[in-house]
Design a protein around this ligand. Structure first.
Ligand SMILES: [Zn+2]
Length: 186
């Protein structure tokens, strides 16, 4: 069975931001964060540069917002080229899916899919002193699941819409990067 969080390389990149193996010991909040992600976390918004979620704990709603830096312009342009090429080579994927080989491609070009913990700007309405709190961690797990379900989200989170090559539209490949004749020809 695939893992519940991080079933694809895209979601896994996000899971790794909270389950970093470089830490001396695992964050003790993680099991609880996974339970919350599984049961009471609703991602309200996940899009360009941020994610918002509501995490319900004992009937109380905690609101989480995490701001994420976009890729620099040149990185977005490079990612766009790699995406267009990968999509041209992998026709027939369902809308929102991306080939796993593309993840490897991006990584090879030093383009990180996920945002490292120190660059995630997380806010939560709870009063826990530790940051990230368990609700922020739950939001990252929930986000990883959404990314597993629709890998294109991983790109959308890091890209400016006008430059992004992925949208919710099934015809989302950057048409300018493809030979129109080839694209519509089959
Ligand atoms: Zn919190």
């Amino acid at each position: 069975m695939p893992p519940e969080f991080g079933a694809t390389p895209w979601g896994r990149a996000w899971v790794r931001t909270v389950e970093s193996t470089s830490m001396a010991r695992p964050n003790p909040l993680l099991p609880r964060a996974r339970t919350l992600a599984r049961n009471t976390t609703t991602v309200v918004v996940a899009g360009v540069g941020h994610v918002e979620a509501e995490v319900t704990v004992s009937g109380q709603v905690r609101r989480v917002r995490i701001d994420l830096p976009l890729w620099p312009d040149e990185t977005q342009a490079e990612a766009g080229r790699l995406i267009a090429r990968a999509m041209a080579e992998h026709r027939g994927l369902v809308a929102g899916d991306l080939p796993d080989t593309l993840e490897a491609d991006l990584t090879q070009h030093a383009i990180s899919i996920a945002v490292p913990p120190e660059a995630q700007q997380g806010e939560c309405t709870c009063r826990a002193r530790t940051r990230p709190c368990v609700h922020i961690l739950a939001t990252i797990y929930a986000l990883a699941q959404l990314v597993d379900e629709r890998p294109a989200l991983a790109v959308e989170l890091r890209s400016t819409p006008t430059k992004a090559t992925v949208t919710a539209d099934p015809g989302w490949v950057a048409l300018s990067d493809l030979d129109p004749a080839g694209f519509y020809g089959d």
